[in-house]
Design a protein around this ligand. Structure first.
Ligand SMILES: [Zn+2]
Length: 299
């Protein structure tokens, strides 16, 4: 309901939008989609979402200073997600709550999210999770459900911090100590995106991941070292094997059957944000495998 208290007893400002509809009868709310506004200012985004001609809205918008606006009550279906899918759901609006987070985005000057803004979004997400049963694997970026159309909230969004706060999934393996350069150097081909020079066969990546799981090191360095030691035979098929494995796992995790390169980049943008090259490298695959292990099987 409008008029709730925000974080630190801050009021949530009720700024009603006409852009909403009914959720289907008996439709559970079990998804949370995070966006950035991608407009020059929060004021402009709010005006657009309240303009009936725009046909877009969200349940909430959070300004950079932490101010929270509510545009649509949670019981209603806001129009934020659009075409796309996640874990087989193609009508994400019906099942989700959408939060727009003010940031100019990649088009107008993407910048780090403000601390006060993130504190407000975290508090808001926690309140939402208290009202609805939303599993961690259904807390997603707009780009996860629409990889070919969307990049938001983008690679600067602090997903790891959110996961620490109990909001969303994060890999349990530590891949943070690999610079983008090292990651690219060690485990990805040096030629083009769709090149076929990757040194790693599907089975070698898989066995390296299995070894990592058995010994349970908290550091992905072990995986990298293992793969670097084992997989050095360049073949024309190696890259395709890796890519096929990565793409299959992405579908298993929840991405839709669109262009697989967009799926890979969307995945990296969310869960391996220091290197968005769209390549099926071992670190990306290891992270993805760990996330799948944290989810129920996709029916
Ligand atoms: Zn969006």
């Amino acid at each position: 309901m409008p008029g709730q208290q925000g974080p630190n007893a801050q009021p949530i400002i009720w700024q009603p939008s006409p852009n909403f509809g009914d959720r289907p009868a008996d439709c559970a709310i079990d998804m949370l989609v995070l966006h950035y506004t991608g407009m020059p200012s929060g004021e402009a985004a709010l005006a657009r979402m309240c303009d009936p001609a725009s046909q877009v809205s969200a349940h909430y918008m959070v300004e950079e200073d932490g101010c929270i606006y509510q545009l649509v009550t949670e019981a209603k279906r806001a129009w934020h997600a659009g075409r796309g899918q996640w874990r087989g759901c193609t009508d994400v609006n019906s099942r989700s709550i959408g939060i727009e987070i003010v940031n100019p985005g990649h088009e107008f000057g993407y910048r780090p999210f403000a601390v006060r803004q993130m504190d407000a979004v975290i508090a808001l997400c926690k309140a939402i999770l208290g009202r609805h049963t939303i599993p961690a694997h259904n807390i997603i970026a707009h780009s996860d459900m629409a990889p070919e159309r969307k990049e938001d909230p983008g690679e600067l969004f602090p997903w790891e911090q959110f996961a620490v706060e109990g909001i969303g999934l994060w890999p349990r393996i530590d891949a943070s100590d690999h610079s983008p350069q090292n990651t690219a150097e060690i485990i990805t081909p040096k030629d083009g995106l769709s090149g076929s020079q990757s040194p790693y066969h599907d089975d070698k990546v898989a066995s390296a991941i299995a070894a990592e799981e058995q010994t349970s090191p908290q550091n992905a360095a072990a995986l990298m070292d293992g793969i670097a030691a084992n997989g050095n035979d360049n073949t024309q098929n190696g890259s395709e094997d890796c890519e096929a494995l990565f793409d299959r796992l992405l579908l298993q995790f929840g991405y839709g059957p669109g262009d697989p390169v967009y799926n890979r980049i969307a995945f990296q943008r969310h869960w391996r944000p220091h290197c968005l090259d769209g390549r099926a490298d071992a670190q990306s695959i290891a992270i993805l495998k760990d996330l799948i292990d944290q989810c129920p099987p996709l029916s």
